[in-house]
Design a protein around this ligand. Sequence first.
Ligand SMILES: C[C@H](O)[C@H](O)[C@H]1CNc2nc(N)[nH]c(=O)c2N1
Ligand SMILES: N[C@@H](Cc1ccccc1)C(=O)O
Ligand SMILES: [Fe+2]
Length: 290
Amino acid sequence: MENPPSHVHATPPPGAAPDWTCPQDWDAFTADEHAMWDRLFARQSAMLPGRASDAFLRGIDVLRLEKPGIPDYRDLNARLMEATGWRVVAVPGLVPDDVFFDHLANRRFPAGNFIRTPQQLDYLQEPDVFHDVFGHVPMLADPVFADYMAAYGRGGVRSLKYDALKQLARLYWYTVEFGLIREGGALRIYGAGIVSSYAESLFALDSDSPNRIGFDLSRVMRTDYRIDGFQQNYFVVDSLDQLLDVTVNTDFAPLYAANAALPPIPIADILPGDTVITRGTQDYALAKSG
Ligand SMILES: C[C@H](O)[C@H](O)[C@H]1CNc2nc(N)[nH]c(=O)c2N1
Ligand SMILES: N[C@@H](Cc1ccccc1)C(=O)O
Ligand SMILES: [Fe+2]
């Protein structure tokens, strides 16, 4: 989840530490909140085999996330630390960009310490514990992706010096949140924003509306995105190794400068240099714009 509304203020809310973390206080979750987690988990885990990437499905298994109820970070973090040195930290909600990047750089994933209400079942503005822990955390059990996310955090801290947050946020958006990966000749989901959404897990792979384009670093960093509704573009990596190698081994500073001199790429455009996997009809977006 992304793009905090402007109300994210610069001081932590009551009960949060200077780094914006708060106790999970797992014992305070109610039966209804655990039941909401179970309802969301059952719906996604029934439809993801064959859709989610191998790394995601392995992470669910390694972290024993099939256990009922909202995961207790005391148990979850013991396994996650063992796997890749990452741990989940509870936060009351969205945190400032620099705080977010610093957590990632130190292998701490901030997870919203609340769960959506039945009225928010299919869409909510801020990342709740289901989006963050079910959507993001299984991938953090994969060593390659775990390294990518930590490198992203360091890159985020660096990007602030180049005033290039927007370009870096697009990379996060089109990989960590809405990324697709080629596996065994088919497309699979690894993006948390897709995998935590029932409807978008169908749309991202099955719909002829969105473009599906081969991942290209600079192209992604220039491409605008929408935060309200299904994506009009999905970018496809060949492997998590490719994603890590390209991003870690490219110095972004020259890219930031070159891209800053160019206009953003309009959302649904396909460029001559694109590796087009599917050219979308954009029916969904056209219908939505009304
Ligand atoms: C890229 C940018 O930092 C991004 O919007 C961050 C901001 N703050 C956040 N805060 C929390 N808790 N979770 C998030 O996913 C984010 N996303
Ligand atoms: N290579 C990027 C850092 C980075 C690594 C991995 C992911 C994102 C960013 C830079 O030079 O700033
Ligand atoms: Fe997210």
